[in-house]
Write a protein that binds this ligand. Structure first.
Ligand SMILES: Cc1ncc(COP(=O)(O)O)c(C=O)c1O
Length: 424
């Protein structure tokens, strides 16, 4: 059966809302390569959206999960827990930049965010949550409300939970400075919600779906100060940025800021569904026993994978490797910008979280979503999986596995150059 046969079958039984970017049906994947059902090879510059930081089917991760699977796959952590969830919590409370931290586990990023907000509300006795324009926090109702992008995430799905407010995200390229953003936040406190009714401010240290905009230096520290002043909790959503992706274990380490709560998912378990909320002990212990959990929370398979992932990140020095991969990508993209300066308006990078923003005539106000789409389609044709993002749909984001061989980084860059030549 070909890709198009499978796509036809899918379209006959699947809800339209759950689409796929490429009509490519994966059959096998290893490190940074995927082979489809037709035997065609692709380089994976998406990592299943920042999930397989340790590469597809890393042998250590596969071995750990196999061993767990041979023992048991599920007992429910709330009924009869198991040792690997404790070991994982012990390790994670050590690696996060939070003193005296406590952990809880669920399955998806959205669930982690939901629980972070539940915990913040329980700890403060307040309802309000402030998020940022362009931010993405997931597809459940509370997370949709927090997400700062209507199409396609919120369109037709309201009403959303009350007491959610948005401030502009500081994105230098879009002309929004850190000061603009802080001024807007203070204005929110004057116009919409008094700070003593705000439970939490939630922010991604580098906006993912929103367009790979990193917070400016010092911005998280400013938020920390505002939070401390008003008894507000700072939730840092590291679901896309965590586990070595940005060249540090967690992106908020760049600012030296201690969050009250962090949400972790995606790269945590190398492709197995697991997510975590980690925060300060007093905050995390606010909900009563039984208030947090879920049938599949802290799957033992996910925990086994996550323990292996942490070892791989350390043994293979993947934070350092992320920086090296990111630098190589940036060098190649700057060469491309040299040729297509009028179309590549900006190149942004934090470690191996790299993006190019596509415009017309070098003008930030002429976003080129059509070129972005064409490039990603052409790249796929040429054997490179490359996905887009951005509130304006005009950003190509590069999220290779951190374990990708450098020759494959170069090979992918060559394909991107070829795609550019064909599309502009
Ligand atoms: C920053 C961030 N938060 C939350 C989520 C939601 O995670 P999930 O899709 O696992 O629910 C994502 C997913 O892309 C994300 O990037």
């Amino acid at each position: 059966m070909s890709n198009s046969d499978w796509q036809r079958r899918k379209e006959q039984v699947f809800a339209r809302g759950m689409g796929n970017i490429f009509p490519v049906y994966a059959e096998q994947a290893q490190n940074a390569e995927i082979w489809d059902v037709e035997g065609k090879r692709y380089l994976d510059f998406a990592s299943g959206i920042a999930v397989v930081n340790t590469g597809h089917s890393h042998p250590d991760v596969v071995r750990a999960v196999r061993k767990q699977l041979d023992a048991f796959s599920h007992t429910c952590v709330m009924v009869t827990p198991y040792s690997n969830v404790v070991e994982l919590a012990e390790k994670l409370v050590q690696v996060v930049p939070i003193d005296d931290a406590r952990a809880m586990f669920v399955s998806t990023g959205a669930e982690a965010v939901e629980n972070a907000v539940k915990i913040a509300r329980a700890a403060t006795g307040r309802a309000g949550v402030i998020a940022f324009n362009g931010g993405f926090h997931g597809r459940t109702n509370l997370c949709m409300g927090l997400t700062g992008k209507v199409i396609p995430y919120k369109k037709g799905f309201g009403p959303f939970t009350p007491e959610i407010y948005h401030a502009p995200f500081p994105a230098a390229y879009l002309g929004i400075s850190a000061q603009d953003s802080l001024d807007a936040l203070h204005n929110l406190f004057k116009a919409d919600i008094s700070p003593e009714r705000v439970a939490a401010i939630i922010i991604e240290p580098v906006q993912g779906e929103g367009g790979f905009y990193p917070v400016p230096d010092g911005f998280l520290a400013s938020l920390r100060q505002i939070c401390d002043e008003h008894g507000i909790l700072l939730i840092v959503d590291e679901i896309q940025t965590g586990f070595g992706r940005t060249g540090r274990m967690f992106a908020c380490e760049y600012d030296g800021v201690e969050p009250d709560i962090m949400t972790l998912a995606k790269g945590i378990a190398g492709g197995f569904p697991l997510s975590a909320v980690i925060g300060k002990r007093a905050v995390m212990d606010a909900p009563d026993p039984g208030g947090l959990g879920g049938t599949y929370a802290a799957s033992p398979l996910g925990c086994a994978a996550a323990l292996a992932v942490l070892e791989v990140i350390e043994n293979e020095a993947l934070c350092e490797r992320a920086e090296a991969v990111g630098q190589r990508l940036e060098t190649g993209l700057r060469e491309l910008q040299h040729v297509h300066g009028d179309r590549i308006g900006d190149i942004r990078r934090k470690g191996a979280m790299v993006a190019i923003e596509l415009v017309r005539e070098g003008d930030v106000n002429q976003p080129d979503a059509a070129l972005t789409k064409a490039l990603s389609v052409k790249a796929c044709e040429l054997g490179l999986i490359l996905i887009s993002c951005g509130v304006r749909g005009n950003v190509i984001r590069v999220l290779t596995p951190l374990t990708i061989p450098m020759e494959q980084v170069d090979e992918g860059l060559d394909i991107l150059a070829e795609a550019f030549a064909a599309c502009v």
